[in-house]
Design a protein around this ligand. Structure first.
Ligand code: ADP
Ligand code: MG
Length: 476
């Protein structure tokens, strides 16, 4: 690649969390018995009428503001007309002329560089049913029909597969921080259409774009873009650029290639018009402000704050803001008075290590910040060495008992000055040769003495005190 500039625009669909569907009272949930979450409306039986779900409008407006979009004064829905078995009404309820957000942007970080990705619009619509194809039959599950869906369309301003994935990761994070979607690709909650074209580096006009529909994982988005850039570049290189057509292709996971489905020329005319069954309503500016105030600090804002105000490294801050619950755990630790670096270290190494290994969520992690503090307080007091603290940590997790139960006399750090002095005297007497060498100037033997003390106490001697006493005795 390199010779040509790649231009990419994404259309990202994400299903929203809600109790009921966007226009019907059927449940919006996963892993149910097929065709169990449906009402007459979801089957488009005559005489049924849609009702807008207020929570879905609320969440769509929240996302619109989180993405720095402009919201419409009035909201209404349009019909996008086409027939397919996954759409029994013969039209999809969506937004065409007055989407919930237009002209926004989101900042991404890719290879250490920040970049704004411009959002053309974001609109609220209903998902279609899901089709399960077999050899000679197809099963239709209407559970997904009518599930709230937000579709976001970017401007063609993404220039590499890495940027595309960084954008999708950022979007997923915003959805999760705003708590409006699980944004789980494994559950099929995120699907993308990917538009790719190439152009000469100094060209001013965009090249011919190819669209790849319904890609359901970020790694497939990455692979599809790489393949398309390569395919289009090779054709251009060979003087056959006219063979790059405005068309819809599909990404084939097995071969990692894209395959032509249809030309854009025979694209459907959806005959959009305003859905007369749904009211046009004014968005109350006060309500909008309320929603704006509910938007939490997002990952990139928290990351910046942790670096600037708490002195965390870029790396640690990045790990902590990966999930909102990590960031909240960290902030709760700080609120309890745990030192920032200490909290960051325990979280990013021991705690995340543990929950990843056990495949549990931090929400289900036994040691809350308050319980973790029991351990950290003992380290600060000098009763627990770091090594023993870790043992207490795992013991507490294993038995699901408060750490203080394992901070006993037996495993406590030896911080008693008299006890340590007696022990050190004994060690110095047993190693008279080394003591002489030290006094002659071989001061690097100091670590040898510290090592002997640790060996004798199985690591329990308070290291600060040990060094103090050793210095005193050896220097005199
Ligand atoms: P269409 O009319 O084919 O739906 P749109 O203008 O609505 O095209 O754009 C659809 C998507 O394609 C958007 O994400 C947009 O950013 C992207 N796009 C438009 N032109 C190009 C191009 N030349 N190369 C790559 N992506 C493009
Ligand atoms: Mg379009």
């Amino acid at each position: 690649m390199g010779k040509y500039k790649a231009v990419i625009g994404l259309e990202m669909h994400c299903e929203l969390k809600s109790n009921s569907k966007v226009f019907s009272s059927a449940r919006n949930s996963y892993n149910e018995v097929p065709n169990d979450n449906i009402t007459y409306l979801d089957l488009a039986l005559p005489g049924t009428l849609p009702v807008v779900n207020k929570k879905c409008v609320h969440d769509a407006l929240m996302m619109s503001m989180a993405l720095n979009c402009t919201q419409p004064e009035y909201m209404y829905f349009d019909r996008k007309n086409y027939y397919y078995p996954d759409l029994p009404k013969g039209y999809q309820i969506t937004q065409m002329d007055a989407p919930v957000g237009i002209n926004g942007f989101v900042e991404i970080e890719c290879k250490g560089e920040k970049k704004k990705i411009y959002i053309h619009d974001i609109h609220l619509e209903e998902d279609a049913a899901s089709l399960d194809h077999f050899y000679d039959t197809t099963n239709i599950d209407y559970n997904r029909g009518g599930v709230p869906l937000l579709e976001l369309v970017t401007e063609p301003c993404i220039n590499s597969p890495e940027e595309a994935v960084a954008f999708l990761e950022t979007m997923r994070s915003i959805y999760k921080y705003c708590d409006v979607s699980e944004a789980d690709t494994k559950k099929g909650q995120i699907r993308c259409d990917v538009n790719v074209s190439i152009m000469d580096n100094d060209a001013t006009e965009l090249g011919t774009k190819v669209e790849m529909k319904n890609i359901n994982s970020f790694s497939n988005v990455y692979d599809a873009i790489c393949y398309e850039i390569k395919r289009q570049s090779e054709l251009k290189e060979q003087g056959r650029y006219d063979e790059v057509e405005q068309e819809t292709r599909r990404f084939d996971e097995e071969t990692g290639t894209t395959i032509r489905m249809r030309s854009k020329a025979d694209a459907l005319d959806y005959k959009y018009f305003v859905d007369p069954n749904l009211p046009k309503f004014k968005i109350d500016p006060e309500w909008l402000e309320e929603i704006r105030n509910e938007i939490p600090l997002l990952a990139n804002q928290r990351k910046e704050k942790y670096i600037k105000e708490q002195g965390l490294s870029d790396y640690d801050a990045g790990v902590i803001v990966k999930e909102r619950e990590y960031a909240e755990y960290f902030e709760n630790c700080i609120a309890l008075g745990i030192e920032t670096k200490t909290a960051a270290n325990w979280l990013t190494t021991q705690i995340l290590g543990f929950i990843n290994k056990e495949e549990i969520s931090l929400k289900d992690f036994y040691l809350t910040p308050t319980l973790l503090k029991q351990i950290i307080d003992e380290i600060d007091k000098g009763t627990l060495s770091t090594k023993l603290a870790k043992e207490v940590f795992y013991k507490a997790l294993e038995e699901k008992k408060e750490p203080k139960n394992f901070i006993s006399q037996e495993n406590a750090q030896i911080s008693d000055k008299n006890e340590l002095e007696t022990l050190i005297n004994q060690i110095l007497e047993e190693n008279t040769h080394q003591v002489e060498e030290y006094k002659k100037g071989k001061t690097n033997l100091f670590d040898f003495f510290v090592g002997q003390v640790m060996k004798n106490t199985r690591g329990k001697a308070n290291p600060v005190l040990t060094k103090e006493i050793l210095k005193e005795k050896l220097e005199k």
